[in-house]
Design a protein around this ligand. Structure first.
Ligand SMILES: [Zn+2]
Length: 288
């Protein structure tokens, strides 16, 4: 059994994956608050609790997807915004070895989500294509897949589609720059903007599909910002298909296609939902 972790700014998801002769199967997913407001100690304690919850004699290791930039060779966080305060330099492999005597491999959560979708989800039939992914969650993650693998470099700069500037002099981002799309397209941004219009709620996209004027206005603005993002992604990372996942895609649910159908690109919804990161972490772990 492998313990699979997806560590985001708000929660840590953990689930076991078992591999047997019939293939692989993920067990039930548990969630722990990341406690990022408590700083590094809060986060590390939460991570410890998440791994401890599944520790058993038959565990072979820990597969981790995490926010921030991860050196995939050493499993060290090389960069993180204030979403994960104090975590730059954190070594997942050392942590798992010292605390649980288990090997670990870590990968950036957005890259993991894409890898998971390509190996086990919506991207399986597009492995011969160029695929870009946007994960619209608490933040906005990105990834790019071509020639059968995730395209990355040592600095993890490739596919950082969440910090593309879509408005000169726009909103201040957690990364310190202005106008990053994360400030417009993330779940947090949507909640904030919808609340400002008095329409925040689980039915935003349903009411859009039904043609409610205020919701059409709101979602049209979202679509405009998404299209600017995809136009810019296309300039640097030409893609045949874009997979969109994360909490915002789940929020759209059955209205996903009606939101995306006139944006001008082939856009498909991620199929692994909240588990994509854990599946991708596992796929990355298997390549050790
Ligand atoms: Zn930014």
């Amino acid at each position: 059994m492998t313990i699979c972790i997806d560590m985001g700014a708000t929660e840590i998801k953990v689930a076991p994956i078992n591999q047997n002769k019939n293939g692989m199967a993920m067990g039930s997913v548990q969630k722990f608050p990341t406690n990022a407001s408590l700083g590094k100690k809060g986060i590390v304690d939460a991570l410890h609790s998440a791994i401890s919850s599944l520790c058993a004699p038959d565990v072979d290791g820990v597969a981790i997807a995490s926010a921030g930039d991860i050196d995939v060779d050493t499993s060290v966080i090389t960069y993180a915004t204030e979403n994960l305060p104090g975590m730059i330099g954190f070594d997942f492999a050392e942590f798992c070895k010292e605390n649980f005597d288990l090997p670990a491999r870590a990968i950036n959560d957005a890259h993991a989500a894409l890898l998971g979708e390509m190996e086990y989800g919506a991207g399986m039939e597009y492995r011969d294509k160029r695929v870009a992914m946007l994960t619209l969650g608490s933040g906005v993650g990105g990834g790019y897949y071509a020639n059968g693998c995730i395209v990355s470099d040592e600095q993890n700069d490739f596919g950082r589609f969440g910090h593309i500037c879509i408005e000169d002099g726009g909103r201040e981002c957690t990364c310190g720059r202005l106008g990053c799309n994360e400030m417009y397209l993330s779940g947090r941004a949507i909640h904030r903007d919808a609340a400002a219009m008095g329409i925040d709620g689980p039915d935003i996209f349903e009411k859009y599909a039904l043609g409610d004027e205020k919701h059409v206005e709101f979602v049209s603005e979202f679509k405009k910002n998404l299209k600017i993002t995809l136009d810019k992604v296309m300039e640097v990372s030409p893609f045949d298909v874009c997979i969109i996942g994360g909490g915002v895609a789940d929020w759209m649910a059955e209205h996903f296609d009606s939101v995306m159908n006139d944006i001008g690109y082939k856009i498909i919804r991620a199929s692994l939902g909240n588990s994509a990161g854990m599946y991708g972490a596992y796929a990355h772990y298997l390549k050790r």
